[in-house]
Ligand binder design. Structure first.
Ligand code: HEC
Ligand code: HEC
Length: 210
């Protein structure tokens, strides 16, 4: 977290630090399995810097393996906390649902199957390639989430709604079989995404990482 603080303080750019960014207070430390409370961000006076910090907090969920494994950049979903290729080998297929005889839902049911370790949620399938996050920076993911050509045609309100209530997103906090859940709760995450939109949906600068 120290690096985030430094980059926020310096504005993350080579020019002399601008005055607003220089006043950004450091955010409180947070456990890896928690999200910072919204109040922590109201301490950032500059609206743009606050919005950027909110997106970086949300990025701790977007880039979490429970989400990123299903938002890969290639043909195959990933698995585990270190993003290994899906075993057994499967591919996204023409409609992101696998291929005939090897559809995602031939193994993945609408709920987790503890005996076989197969995770599940309704309509389990891989995120379309234009929604890939693996290998991208928070700024790139931020830009694509705002781009209706790449986000499934979602308005900002629908984007909030998807993050706060979608069932595949919800699985990230109920992954079964001892998998590490995404940090915080889905309700907290939805509130952070809402606050990010309401502060202008600003994207962090390219080099900043959560
Ligand atoms: C089982 C696979 C799967 C998992 C797990 C998953 N997603 Fe997705 N995600 C998808 C699919 C498929 C879509 C596209 C369908 C849609 O837009 O409704 C999508 C779309 C999205 C979008 C919409 C737009 C965009 O530009 O990417 C967001 C936001 C999103 N997911 C967030 C998350 C978050 C946050 C998590 C983890 C807490 C997560 N997803 C976990 C499959 C998954
Ligand atoms: C032949 C059965 C089978 C098929 C088909 C299949 N999966 Fe899986 N998948 C599994 C099993 C089993 C696991 C659990 C592996 C483990 O954790 O031990 C798994 C795990 C996953 C995970 C990892 C969750 C995590 O974060 O660790 C994702 C994501 C996933 N599958 C997505 C998909 C998608 C998307 C498809 C279709 C393109 C698909 N799977 C097709 C059997 C299958």
């Amino acid at each position: 977290m120290a690096s985030l603080t430094v980059l926020l303080l310096t504005g993350g750019c080579k020019r002399e630090p601008d005055a607003a960014a220089a006043r950004v207070p450091s955010l409180p430390e947070v456990a890896p399995d928690a999200l910072r409370p919204l109040e922590a961000f109201s301490a950032i006076p500059d609206r743009k810097a606050r919005s950027q910090a909110l997106f970086l907090e949300a990025s701790r969920v977007f880039f979490h393996p429970r989400c990123a494994n299903c938002h890969p950049a290639g043909e195959s979903p990933l698995q585990g906390d270190d993003g290994q290729l899906h075993d057994p080998p499967v591919v996204r297929g023409p409609e992101d649902q696998g291929v005939v005889g090897m559809e995602c839902t031939s193994c993945h049911q609408d709920r987790n199957q503890e005996l076989t370790r197969v995770p599940g949620a309704p309509k389990w399938h891989i995120a379309p390639i234009e929604m890939a996050w693996v290998g991208k920076s928070p700024r790139e993911v931020c830009e694509q989430l705002k781009d209706m050509k790449r986000n499934g045609g979602k308005t900002p309100e629908q984007m909030i709604e998807h993050n706060a209530h979608d069932e595949l997103v919800a699985w990230g906090w109920n992954p079964g079989s001892g998998r590490t859940p995404a940090p915080g709760t889905q309700a907290q995450f939805g509130a952070i995404v809402r606050a990010w939109v309401e502060t202008g949906a600003e994207c962090p600068s390219e080099e900043v990482r959560p």
